[in-house]
Design a protein around this ligand. Sequence first.
Ligand code: DX5
Ligand code: ZN
Length: 219
Amino acid sequence: MAEVSTSILTVKQEDAIKTFYDLETAGTTYFHIDIMDGKFVPKNTEEMMYEYSSTIKQISNLPLDVHLMVEDVRDNIEKYIPLTPHIITIHYEACKDDDEVFELLGYIKDNNIKAGISIKPGTEAEKIKKFLPHVYLVLVMTVEPGLGGQKLMPSTVEKVRELKEYIDKEGLDTYIEVDGGVNLETVHLVKEAGAEILVAGSAIIDAKDFKEMIGELAK
Ligand code: DX5
Ligand code: ZN
């Protein structure tokens, strides 16, 4: 069984509270929070995601899986610490060098939050192997970050496989999470390649029955 992290990026404001309740009842493992700053990616979701995260903290005990698609990584980590997310994932591409990556991962972990590192489709797996012993998960973007509802890029599945082989060979306990275009047609590809945590936005939010969809993706 895989874990499912539901991206609430496309949840409408007027349905938000009911949708969060329904997702919890339906059995999502995490709420996936997509924070975009209008710089690292064109869209800006900062205000909406902070509001949604605060609402979830008030009505649910489910863990938050925070995905930072931002240039000012440290400021955003600082902003989310009080909401006690389970995981904060930063982008390798948002850091100026490896030292900065290590420093930011350390900052997350010093606050008793699990740290993740993410790579965009154009970044080679090789670049982040050195961080894998120091993170809870690696988030492989299976679409170009920035928007929900895109198609999974098949080339990224090979990256999942390469990372899984490396993790097993080194005997690490790092999880692989995938994000973007995960639905009933593509889920078997990423699972077979080694993904253990599945982010899904539109596949779940647009489904008639959340519980059935989450169950199908996880099984
Ligand atoms: C893309 C985000 C994803 C995305 C997932 O930048 O990181 O979390 O919203 O949405 P779907 O599942 O619709 O591709
Ligand atoms: Zn995401």
